[in-house]
Design a protein around this ligand. Structure first.
Ligand code: PPS
Length: 292
């Protein structure tokens, strides 16, 4: 079988899946172009949702274009790397015509410097730690290349220690938050997007320098709703083989809600996370909502 659950190897102290760590020199040397657009997230923060929004805006709401190919083709994943013959993200991107749309889960410190030399635009999406953990746990059960999450109890421990692919949630959201001072970064929150999708899509539109009509905005809202994306084979990863993403275990478009963590965290696990949150967020002006 081509795919198996990879080990995590540290890259500059961040646990990264082995094939990505093995390819690190090429990822680090990646050549960005000034008109590249990066969507950066900690895993499970709403990456795919933002990607679909961005692609819809860039294509002026022309859904025929947006539905032309699965997400990973329209919006390649920068660092992703599997054993040959599957091409790595950097190979795919080198052969992609501009303007490129690029997905990454890399923490700010690991982004290839070329992106900053060209002052590329970045949209970062952050989601509260508890819902991120729940979503990541279910994903790791069904994503067959990532380490097995173990029990939920075990997973909460690993998540808090940052011993999961792409490292710790706290370092990630804080690192990108601080980076806003230096770069063109639009920092978005999953909870805001759930609260008022049209308001948040409008923000993205402005950041991309677009000015779409109210009707088109409405159309994009509909097209990027959880229900529509769950049913859209070009957005729901149903084209990915079950040997990699086994959606009979858990759907990629699983629940799409804020505060599902209340159905998973025990009182004690919740207190543990709250304590860590207090400690780690102190001194930052970054705030998350755990319910809306
Ligand atoms: S990945 O693998 O990191 O790219 O995953 P990512 O896309 O970041 O996160 C998947 C979670 O986002 C939810 N999702 C949505 N929520 C609301 N609206 C829309 N349109 C939407 N699309 C995806 C998806 O259901 C996953 O969250 P959970 O909580 O597991 O349902």
């Amino acid at each position: 079988e081509l795919f198996y659950r990879f080990q995590l190897n540290p890259v500059h102290g961040v646990p990264i899946m082995k094939p990505i760590a093995d390819n690190w020199e090429r990822i680090e040397a990646f050549q960005a172009r000034p008109d590249d657009l990066l969507v950066a997230t900690y895993p499970k923060a709403g990456t795919t949702w933002m990607q679909e929004i961005v692609d819809s805006i860039i294509n002026d709401g022309d859904l025929k274009k947006v539905k032309c190919a699965p997400m990973h083709v329209r919006f390649p994943f920068l660092e992703i790397c599997n054993p040959p013959p599957v091409p790595c993200g950097v190979d795919i991107l080198e052969g992609t015509t501009s303007p490129r749309k690029i997905k990454t889960h890399l923490p700010y410190e690991l982004i290839p410097r070329s992106f900053w030399e060209h002052d590329c635009k970045v949209i970062y999406v952050a989601r509260n730690a508890k819902d991120s953990a729940v979503s990541y746990y279910h994903f790791d059960l069904m994503e067959k290349t990532q380490p097995h999450p173990g029990t939920w109890e075990e997973y909460v421990g690993k998540f808090l220690k940052g011993n999961v692919p792409w490292g710790g949630w706290f370092d990630h959201v804080i690192g990108w938050w601080k980076a806003r001072a230096k770069h063109q970064i639009l920092y978005m929150f999953y909870e805001d997007m759930k609260e008022d999708p049209k308001r948040e899509i409008h923000k993205v539109m402005r950041f991309l320098g677009k000015d779409l009509t109210e009707d088109l905005l409405e159309k994009i809202c509909q097209h990027t709703s959880f229900k529509a994306m769950k049913e859209n084979p070009m957005a729901n990863y149903s084209t990915t083989p079950a040997s990699v993403l086994d959606q009979s275990i858990s759907k990629f478009m699983r629940k799409g809600e804020v505060s599902d963590w209340k159905n998973h965290f025990t009182v004690q696990q919740n207190e543990m996370l709250d304590a860590e949150y207090q400690k780690r967020m102190e001194g930052t002006d970054l705030k998350f909502r755990f319910s809306i």
